[in-house]
Design a binder for this molecule. Structure first.
Ligand SMILES: C[S@@+](CC[C@H](N)C(=O)[O-])C[C@H]1O[C@@H](n2cnc3c(N)ncnc32)[C@H](O)[C@@H]1O
Length: 277
């Protein structure tokens, strides 16, 4: 079998047997992740790696972890968080309770940032903010549920949290262990659940959906159906925030009005909500 054909069979195997929809992701992205696992396992060819993958459950788990790349941070892109603050303030002024979906939440730092912001801002009533946080990756969700994050040479958690001037209120910092544990007050607003934005259906009635830094890995032709799933999950007039480097495909654009273009903040208009429902 040629190299390309072996790689293609490997991807088909991952989709059919391991349940990760490789056909939706960029080939270059998939190649980078598989090659990285090949280096780690000392496999010299796709064939050799494919053989290993078929026989070892531990490697299947490792590849799935690697495919669901979960680079994230507290208050990633601080300027966007100022935009999210404005949206939460507006929603607080207009609604008794606010339902937010942090889709593709990785290890939970994004939904916990939302909860911290809600608690920190006097114009937002945190007791009315309910956050559902989902991801495809069970191991990311495991860390998310634990709410404990470890500092490393390359990750300065204090620096990330410094978006809030008094962040110490929301985390218990253990300098010896270099860990930050999210307080129970912050954790109480967040519920975690596994959800695959490709294979699982839409949700409903959300006032705000934040889905950032996943679409960059997705093939153009598949972005549309994922965004439709999100559009259906928003109530009419609900807000959407995507990643700063991401765009809404032309066919779905009409479902949204641009609120802050540079920050990728959109609002679902009433007319299009009838259209897509
Ligand atoms: C780069 S992280 C983004 C995390 C966070 N939203 C942020 O911007 O910091 C991408 C996340 O998407 C998740 N993911 C990948 N494919 C997914 C899918 N089909 N459905 C849901 N989540 C997915 C990965 O597991 C990973 O945690």
């Amino acid at each position: 079998m040629s190299v390309d054909a072996t790689f293609a069979s490997l991807l088909e195997y991952v989709e059919a047997e391991l349940g990760f929809a490789t056909s939706h992701y960029n080939t270059s992205y998939l190649n980078r992740r598989v090659s990285s696992r090949m280096r780690r396992t000392g496999s010299d060819s796709y064939e050799e790696y494919f053989e290993l993958l078929r026989n070892e459950t531990a490697e299947q788990r490792a590849l799935l972890d690697s495919l669901s790349i979960n680079v994230t941070g507290f208050f990633r892109n601080p300027d966007v968080w100022e935009g999210i603050r404005d949206v939460l303030r507006r929603l607080t002024a207009e609604n008794e309770s606010i339902h937010v979906w942090s889709a593709a939440c990785a290890d939970g730092r994004e939904p916990y940032s939302l909860s911290m912001l809600a608690h920190d801002d006097d114009e937002i009533d945190a007791s009315n903010v309910h956050i559902l946080a989902t991801d495809i990756s069970e191991s990311a969700l495991e860390t998310a549920r634990s709410g404990t994050y470890t500092e490393s040479r390359t990750v300065d958690l204090g620096d990330q949290l410094a978006f809030l001037s008094e962040y110490e209120e929301y985390v218990d910092h253990d300098p010896a262990a270099q860990t930050y544990q999210v307080t129970s007050t912050v954790a109480e607003n967040v519920t975690f659940e596994r959800h695959d934005l490709i294979n699982d259906g839409p949700k409903s009635g959300f006032d705000l959906v934040i889905c950032r830094n996943l679409f960059i890995y997705i093939d153009n032709e598949h972005k549309q159906s994922m965004l439709e799933t999100i559009a259906r999950s928003l109530r009419s007039g609900g807000y959407l925030v995507i990643g700063k480097a991401e765009t809404i495909p032309p066919n779905v654009k009409s479902a949204f009005d641009v609120r802050k273009g540079r920050l990728r903040i959109y609002q679902r208009d009433a007319v299009s909500s009838e259209r897509t429902n």
